[in-house]
Write a protein that binds this ligand. Structure first.
Ligand code: FES
Length: 167
């Protein structure tokens, strides 16, 4: 499962570009850069103060081969987003999985394995069962004091001759 971010040839060695994050409806962006011939992508959120790293739309600072945050100067290794200097030294940019497919850089979302899908289905069934259980307990708690014919009368008087509302 892939979503196109940009063309491969838009990302030059030692440079970063900004791409909108297709997963974020609020317009967050991604940093896409090329280092050592490989393309990498990170969330455009600095671990120091949560600000974007660019100094202008689509414009990033590079110094001595490191990506530099324009806000307070933290330096990040482009190959893994690790901060080697500045106020968030030792922290990292959040990497985003990408693939290069047919001349494009694409966001990569791994397809869940069959086991994961089965586990999710089981989880969903358990959640539904819990909801039904809570609903039944609520009904029981609400109507526990009422005589049976009053609780079921709207249905049973119509569908079953066994339960008749007393006159
Ligand atoms: S927000 Fe990036 S260094 Fe402060």
């Amino acid at each position: 499962m892939t979503t196109r971010l940009c063309a491969q040839d838009e990302v030059h060695e030692g440079q970063a570009i900004e791409c909108p994050d297709p997963r974020d409806p609020e317009g967050a962006s991604l940093i896409v850069l090329r280092s050592g011939g490989r393309v990498h992508a990170f969330l455009n959120i600095c671990p120091h103060a949560g600000r974007p790293l660019n100094w202008a739309p689509g414009r990033f600072l590079y110094s001595l081969g490191q990506l530099v945050c324009a806000a307070h100067g933290a330096s990040f290794r482009p190959e893994d987003g690790y901060c080697i200097g500045g106020p968030c030294r030792g922290e990292s940019l959040k990497a985003v999985a990408i693939r290069e497919v047919d001349g494009a850089v694409c966001l990569w979302r791994a397809r869940p394995s069959p086991n994961t899908r089965r586990a999710r289905a089981r989880q969903s069934l358990r959640a539904q069962a819990r909801t039904v259980q809570i609903f039944l307990r609520l009904i029981h708690a609400t109507f526990a004091d009422l005589p049976l014919h009053r609780v079921y009368s709207p249905l049973t008087t119509h569908y079953s001759p066994l339960f008749k509302t007393p006159n």
